[in-house]
Design a protein around this ligand. Structure first.
Ligand SMILES: [Cu+2]
Length: 151
């Protein structure tokens, strides 16, 4: 009885030591794995990012006097693009939203509606399929819209 009473705490202690050891090993392994991944992946990612940035499409759209300054926006298919909306209408709400068609039912990307004068930048991925899509201001869809041409 006394023997087992002595054994249990020591076994428990041993278990703790083993657990601690396993956790430390896991932490070291994870840390090592992460830094290995970083070391291996960083140059590749940077190279890819540089190439992407070089070809990155940045579209700029100005909303003024309840009109967009463009009725056509062009972008490459299946790529992340940046769209800047410059809302030049003081105290007026505008946004820019991209849809599959002029029905405006299937959204590709919907930008926040915000009050002018202000500017917002959005990033989204264009459709993989080239074609003529649609963009509009959701607040003024009748007067502010255009073709979103994906090539
Ligand atoms: Cu608007």
């Amino acid at each position: 009885m006394m023997f087992s009473a002595r054994l249990r705490p020591s076994r428990f202690g041993l278990t703790l030591v083993i657990l601690a050891g396993v956790l430390m090993l896991a932490a070291v392994a994870c840390g090592g794995g992460d830094s290995d991944d970083d070391a291996g992946a960083t140059p590749t990612n940077d190279a890819a990012a540089t190439v992407d940035n070089g070809a990155a499409t940045e579209l700029e759209l100005v909303a003024k006097d309840l009109k967009f300054d463009k009725d056509e926006l062009r972008a490459p298919a299946g790529q992340e693009i940046t769209v800047t909306l410059d809302n030049d209408d003081a105290d007026m709400l505008h946004n820019v939203a991209f849809y599959q068609s002029s029905e405006g039912s299937e959204a590709i990307f919907v930008g926040d509606i915000f009050t002018g004068v202000d500017t917002r930048e959005f990033t989204f991925t264009t459709p993989a399929e080239p074609g003529t899509y649609f963009f509009r201001c959701d607040v003024h869809p009748d007067t502010m819209s255009g073709d979103f041409i994906v090539e």
